[in-house]
Design a protein around this ligand. Sequence first.
Ligand code: HEC
Length: 167
Amino acid sequence: MKILQKNRMEWTIAAMALIIVNATVHAEAPAAAEKPVYGEYKDWRVLGVSHRLDKKFVRAIVGNDVAIGAARSGKTMPWPDGAIIAKLSWKEKTHPNWPQAIVPGGFVGAEAMVKDSKKFPETGGWGFGHWEGNTLVMNDKEKSAACFACHTPMKDHDYVYTAPVLQ
Ligand code: HEC
Protein backbone atom coordinates (compact mmCIF):
# COMPACT_ATOMS: atom_id res chain seq x y z
CA MET A 1 0.00 0.00 0.00
CA LYS A 2 2.78 2.37 0.98
CA ILE A 3 4.72 1.57 -2.18
CA LEU A 4 1.60 2.10 -4.23
CA GLN A 5 1.02 5.47 -2.60
CA LYS A 6 4.61 6.53 -3.16
CA ASN A 7 4.35 5.47 -6.77
CA ARG A 8 1.17 7.40 -7.26
CA MET A 9 2.78 10.42 -5.64
CA GLU A 10 5.74 10.22 -8.01
CA TRP A 11 3.45 9.90 -10.99
CA THR A 12 1.47 12.90 -9.87
CA ILE A 13 4.62 15.00 -9.50
CA ALA A 14 5.86 13.82 -12.90
CA ALA A 15 2.53 14.67 -14.51
CA MET A 16 2.49 18.10 -12.86
CA ALA A 17 6.01 18.77 -14.04
CA LEU A 18 4.99 17.82 -17.56
CA ILE A 19 2.01 20.15 -17.44
CA ILE A 20 4.22 22.99 -16.23
CA VAL A 21 6.83 22.35 -18.95
CA ASN A 22 4.08 22.15 -21.52
CA ALA A 23 2.47 25.34 -20.32
CA THR A 24 5.79 27.18 -20.40
CA VAL A 25 6.59 26.01 -23.91
CA HIS A 26 3.12 26.91 -25.11
CA ALA A 27 3.18 30.28 -23.38
CA GLU A 28 6.47 31.21 -25.02
CA ALA A 29 6.00 29.84 -28.52
CA PRO A 30 3.23 32.18 -29.72
CA ALA A 31 4.86 35.17 -28.05
CA ALA A 32 8.03 34.57 -30.06
CA ALA A 33 6.08 34.02 -33.28
CA GLU A 34 3.97 37.15 -32.77
CA LYS A 35 6.88 39.36 -31.74
CA PRO A 36 5.99 42.73 -33.24
CA VAL A 37 8.28 43.84 -36.01
CA TYR A 38 6.74 47.27 -36.52
CA GLY A 39 8.04 48.94 -33.37
CA GLU A 40 6.36 51.43 -31.06
CA TYR A 41 4.91 53.47 -33.92
CA LYS A 42 2.25 50.84 -34.49
CA ASP A 43 0.30 52.47 -31.65
CA TRP A 44 0.68 56.01 -33.01
CA ARG A 45 -2.04 58.00 -34.76
CA VAL A 46 -2.40 59.05 -38.37
CA LEU A 47 -1.06 62.33 -39.71
CA GLY A 48 -1.47 61.48 -43.38
CA VAL A 49 -1.18 58.91 -46.13
CA SER A 50 0.67 59.02 -49.42
CA HIS A 51 1.03 57.05 -52.61
CA ARG A 52 4.37 57.37 -54.36
CA LEU A 53 3.83 56.88 -58.07
CA ASP A 54 7.59 56.88 -58.71
CA LYS A 55 8.43 54.17 -56.16
CA LYS A 56 5.10 52.33 -56.28
CA PHE A 57 4.79 52.51 -52.49
CA VAL A 58 1.82 53.32 -50.30
CA ARG A 59 2.56 55.01 -47.01
CA ALA A 60 1.09 55.86 -43.69
CA ILE A 61 2.56 58.82 -41.85
CA VAL A 62 1.93 58.60 -38.12
CA GLY A 63 3.04 60.63 -35.13
CA ASN A 64 3.75 60.14 -31.45
CA ASP A 65 1.63 61.99 -28.87
CA VAL A 66 3.73 65.17 -29.09
CA ALA A 67 3.42 65.25 -32.90
CA ILE A 68 -0.32 64.54 -32.84
CA GLY A 69 -0.87 67.21 -30.17
CA ALA A 70 1.03 69.76 -32.26
CA ALA A 71 -0.82 68.82 -35.46
CA ARG A 72 -4.24 69.06 -33.84
CA SER A 73 -3.54 72.42 -32.25
CA GLY A 74 -1.95 73.76 -35.46
CA LYS A 75 1.40 74.30 -33.74
CA THR A 76 3.68 72.88 -36.40
CA MET A 77 5.66 76.01 -37.28
CA PRO A 78 7.96 74.79 -35.94
CA TRP A 79 7.06 71.29 -34.75
CA PRO A 80 7.87 71.08 -31.01
CA ASP A 81 10.85 69.23 -29.57
CA GLY A 82 9.89 65.65 -28.76
CA ALA A 83 7.72 65.23 -31.86
CA ILE A 84 8.46 62.07 -33.83
CA ILE A 85 6.99 61.43 -37.25
CA ALA A 86 7.14 57.92 -38.69
CA LYS A 87 6.75 57.10 -42.34
CA LEU A 88 5.71 53.50 -42.91
CA SER A 89 6.01 52.11 -46.42
CA TRP A 90 4.49 49.13 -48.16
CA LYS A 91 4.79 48.02 -51.77
CA GLU A 92 1.61 48.83 -53.61
CA LYS A 93 -0.59 46.01 -54.85
CA THR A 94 -4.10 45.79 -56.21
CA HIS A 95 -6.76 44.30 -54.01
CA PRO A 96 -7.32 40.70 -55.11
CA ASN A 97 -11.10 41.14 -55.07
CA TRP A 98 -11.20 44.69 -56.38
CA PRO A 99 -8.36 45.49 -58.79
CA GLN A 100 -9.17 49.22 -58.89
CA ALA A 101 -8.14 49.48 -55.24
CA ILE A 102 -4.44 49.99 -54.49
CA VAL A 103 -3.62 48.60 -51.07
CA PRO A 104 -0.51 47.81 -49.00
CA GLY A 105 1.50 44.76 -50.07
CA GLY A 106 4.84 43.72 -48.56
CA PHE A 107 6.20 45.92 -45.77
CA VAL A 108 9.22 47.95 -46.91
CA GLY A 109 10.29 49.77 -43.76
CA ALA A 110 9.78 52.59 -41.30
CA GLU A 111 11.68 55.87 -41.31
CA ALA A 112 11.65 58.59 -38.69
CA MET A 113 12.04 62.31 -38.21
CA VAL A 114 12.76 63.22 -34.59
CA LYS A 115 12.50 66.87 -33.51
CA ASP A 116 15.23 67.88 -31.09
CA SER A 117 16.48 71.37 -31.89
CA LYS A 118 19.42 71.13 -29.50
CA LYS A 119 20.63 67.76 -30.75
CA PHE A 120 20.18 68.27 -34.48
CA PRO A 121 20.81 72.00 -35.18
CA GLU A 122 22.52 71.32 -38.54
CA THR A 123 19.50 69.59 -40.06
CA GLY A 124 16.73 72.02 -39.18
CA GLY A 125 16.33 70.57 -35.68
CA TRP A 126 15.31 67.20 -37.14
CA GLY A 127 17.14 63.92 -36.63
CA PHE A 128 16.59 61.32 -39.33
CA GLY A 129 16.49 57.60 -38.64
CA HIS A 130 14.75 54.30 -39.22
CA TRP A 131 13.43 51.41 -37.21
CA GLU A 132 15.17 48.06 -37.09
CA GLY A 133 12.44 45.89 -35.60
CA ASN A 134 11.44 47.69 -32.43
CA THR A 135 14.53 49.85 -32.21
CA LEU A 136 14.78 53.36 -33.58
CA VAL A 137 18.26 53.78 -35.03
CA MET A 138 19.36 57.34 -35.81
CA ASN A 139 21.31 57.86 -39.03
CA ASP A 140 24.86 59.21 -38.95
CA LYS A 141 25.45 62.84 -39.95
CA GLU A 142 26.26 62.07 -43.58
CA LYS A 143 23.10 60.03 -44.19
CA SER A 144 20.98 62.53 -42.28
CA ALA A 145 22.34 65.33 -44.48
CA ALA A 146 21.14 63.40 -47.56
CA CYS A 147 17.66 62.99 -46.05
CA PHE A 148 17.60 66.65 -45.04
CA ALA A 149 18.68 67.85 -48.51
CA CYS A 150 15.59 66.32 -50.07
CA HIS A 151 13.37 67.82 -47.36
CA THR A 152 14.71 71.39 -47.84
CA PRO A 153 12.04 72.33 -50.44
CA MET A 154 9.67 72.15 -47.43
CA LYS A 155 11.67 74.72 -45.43
CA ASP A 156 8.56 76.91 -45.08
CA HIS A 157 6.75 73.96 -43.46
CA ASP A 158 9.56 73.11 -41.04
CA TYR A 159 10.94 70.54 -43.53
CA VAL A 160 7.87 68.29 -43.30
CA TYR A 161 6.03 67.27 -46.50
CA THR A 162 2.98 65.79 -44.82
CA ALA A 163 0.09 68.14 -44.15
CA PRO A 164 -1.79 66.63 -41.18
CA VAL A 165 -5.24 65.59 -42.41
CA LEU A 166 -7.05 64.99 -39.12
CA GLN A 167 -7.42 68.16 -37.10
C1 HEC B 1 14.41 62.05 -52.87
C2 HEC B 1 13.86 62.88 -51.82
C3 HEC B 1 13.78 62.36 -50.42
C4 HEC B 1 14.80 61.82 -49.67
C5 HEC B 1 16.24 61.54 -50.07
C6 HEC B 1 14.24 61.55 -48.37
N1 HEC B 1 12.93 61.94 -48.30
FE1 HEC B 1 11.68 61.74 -46.70
N2 HEC B 1 10.15 62.38 -47.86
C7 HEC B 1 10.23 62.80 -49.17
C8 HEC B 1 8.91 63.11 -49.66
C9 HEC B 1 8.56 63.64 -51.07
C10 HEC B 1 8.01 62.87 -48.59
C11 HEC B 1 6.49 63.05 -48.61
C12 HEC B 1 5.83 62.02 -49.52
C13 HEC B 1 5.98 60.62 -49.01
O1 HEC B 1 5.27 60.23 -48.12
O2 HEC B 1 6.85 59.90 -49.53
C14 HEC B 1 8.84 62.43 -47.46
C15 HEC B 1 8.35 62.15 -46.21
C16 HEC B 1 9.10 61.74 -45.14
C17 HEC B 1 8.60 61.54 -43.79
C18 HEC B 1 7.21 61.87 -43.30
C19 HEC B 1 7.20 63.32 -42.83
C20 HEC B 1 7.17 64.29 -44.01
O3 HEC B 1 8.14 65.04 -44.20
O4 HEC B 1 6.14 64.28 -44.72
C21 HEC B 1 9.64 61.05 -43.04
C22 HEC B 1 9.60 60.66 -41.59
C23 HEC B 1 10.79 60.96 -43.92
N3 HEC B 1 10.43 61.40 -45.18
C24 HEC B 1 12.02 60.51 -43.51
C25 HEC B 1 13.12 60.47 -44.35
C26 HEC B 1 14.40 59.91 -43.97
C27 HEC B 1 14.73 59.30 -42.61
C28 HEC B 1 15.22 60.04 -45.04
C29 HEC B 1 16.67 59.62 -45.20
C30 HEC B 1 16.99 58.22 -44.92
C31 HEC B 1 14.45 60.68 -46.10
N4 HEC B 1 13.19 60.94 -45.63
C32 HEC B 1 14.96 60.99 -47.34
C33 HEC B 1 11.36 62.91 -49.92
C34 HEC B 1 12.60 62.43 -49.55
